[in-house]
Design a protein around this ligand. Structure first.
Ligand code: SDX
Length: 431
């Protein structure tokens, strides 16, 4: 096969550099720059990885120009319409849709890993009563490796699989316990007769004092939100999981690192930031003022839930979530939800504004999701926790793929040094 190459003229007086071109199934090709430092003594420079493919992956494909998102080749619109979160978790992890028997076995396995070690419950009492649930998530998930010494050989396929099962199964239990700790209510044990999301809602909202029946419409809406948040290529938190895993760290530590990265308002913390923003705007009459603030370079205010590093078109997930918003508000919560009306107004004005059009800023997955979570009775400080539960399926799939890559080596970027040149130490008395 003729090896495609490109020529890089990196200096006027020297020879040109021939770089191999790498081509995947779809999407942009890549220059292979692995030889550049060896051949030129120079680094490539790409802070924020705006134009860098950090790995080969077969899990998720995004086309930001066309607003396309596919998990293992299946369009997100079809999975949202016809699948379930656990089926999507199976697809992301094993690479193909399960047969009925495989899905039933997977659901049984996940259902039978939902409990956490009883002594972990004492871990929660160490947190201040009003600790942010994301803080407890990072701490508790990171501590899981202390309980599973039987499966920490990251090169043993069976250990990899059971760790992934445990993480997918236990995230809802750990999340609900974080919420109960915050509320000062007793923890509710998992109930294996319930679906994945109904079980989560039961652990969140049931109390020992009375029967609780998870609303099936709400459970279905939550399952759909989990599908939409399950994976998204090499986003910041997934790249964090991959980098942590590249050192050989155990999967629980890697997922804890991913949760920490997701927490930021520029990433998974945006759904909570959107609700704060909508409450700050308060009334549709203030929308123009806040749009102007978002456009003002001297104003740190940003339209949270808008813009994306990859999507320069409507985020396909946001389109689906906006419809779910309508359905949930019609069937579960009060239809005339003022925040939803405000969000629709904000979107309508922003999408007509030249600044947003020129910067190609559209609503992303976080713009409407918080409104649904709130309508389902989930408090704002749990919104990013919901994102973390869902994204665990993608994180463990990427962790597995990275570990399984025979060419994988520790991720260790270099830098463009701009610090002081060599200088001599000055004794204290002479400073
Ligand atoms: C997620 O990567 C993923 O896939 C993430 C995610 C996933 O599923 O894992 O999709 C989930 O994190 C979605 C994004 C959630 N974050 C937000 O909604 C926060 C608000 N959005 C931004 O801060 C921003 O758009 C980012 C962080 C999402 C993207 O940042 P980039 O690609 O680095 O773009 P940028 O910050 O350089 O902005 C480009 C321009 C700038 O203007 P110029 O200086 O070039 O003139 O657009 C402007 C920015 O000022 N801009 C905004 C804006 N987002 C970008 N201006 C106003 N409001 C905004 N929201």
């Amino acid at each position: 096969m003729n090896k495609k190459t490109v020529t890089l003229n990196y200096r006027s007086d020297g020879p040109a550099l021939e770089l191999p071109v790498l081509e995947g199934t779809e999407g942009p090709k890549a220059f292979d720059v692995t030889s550049v430092y060896r051949d030129t003594g120079m680094f490539t420079f790409d802070p924020g990885f705006m134009a860098t493919a950090s790995c080969r992956s077969a899990i998720t494909f995004i086309d930001g120009e066309k607003g396309i998102l596919r998990y293992r080749g299946y369009p997100i619109e079809q999975l949202a319409e016809q699948s379930t979160y656990l089926e999507v978790a199976y697809l992301l992890f094993y690479g193909d849709l399960p047969t009925a028997a495989q899905l039933e076995e997977f659901e049984y396995i996940i259902g039978h890993h939902t409990m956490i070690n009883e002594s972990l419950k004492m871990f929660y009492s160490g947190f201040r009563y009003n600790a942010h649930p994301m803080a407890t998530m990072v701490g508790v998930v990171g501590s899981l490796s202390a309980f599973y010494h039987d499966s920490l050989n990251i090169h043993d396929p069976r250990h990899q699989e059971i760790s992934a099962h445990r993480l997918i199964a236990k995230m809802p239990t750990i999340a609900a316990a974080s919420y109960k700790r915050h509320k000062g209510e007793p923890f509710i044990y998992p109930n294996n007769s319930l679906s994945y999301t109904a079980n989560f809602m039961n652990m969140m909202f049931a109390t020992p004092c009375e029967e609780f029946e998870p609303d099936p419409v709400a459970a279905k809406a939550l399952d759909l939100l989990f599908i939409l948040h399950a994976d998204h290529e090499q986003n910041a938190s997934t790249s964090t999981v991959r980098i942590a895993g590249s050192s050989g760290a155990n999967p629980f530590a890697c997922i804890a690192a991913g949760i920490a990265s997701l927490w930021g308002p520029a990433h998974g913390g945006a759904n909570e930031a959107v609700l704060n923003m909508l409450n700050q705007i308060g009334d549709p009459s203030n929308v123009d003022k806040y749009i102007a603030k978002a456009k003002d370079k001297d104003d740190p205010f940003r339209l949270m839930g808008f813009g994306h590093r990859v999507y320069k078109n409507y985020d396909p997930r946001a389109r689906i979530i906006r419809k779910v918003c309508h359905d949930v508000l019609e069937n579960v919560a009060d239809a005339n939800n003022p925040l939803f009306e405000l969000a629709l107004k904000l979107e309508e004005i922003a999408l007509k504004d030249d600044y947003f059009v020129e910067h190609r800023l559209y609503p992303n997955v976080d713009f409407y999701s918080g409104i649904i979570y709130q309508a389902l009775g989930i408090p704002m400080n749990m919104f990013t926790v919901m994102f973390a539960i869902a994204r665990t399926a993608g994180w463990v799939a990427h962790w597995m793929e990275m570990i399984g890559d025979s060419k994988q080596r520790i991720a260790r970027p270099r830098q463009l040094y701009e610090g002081p040149p060599e200088r001599q130490y000055v004794p204290l008395e002479k400073r």
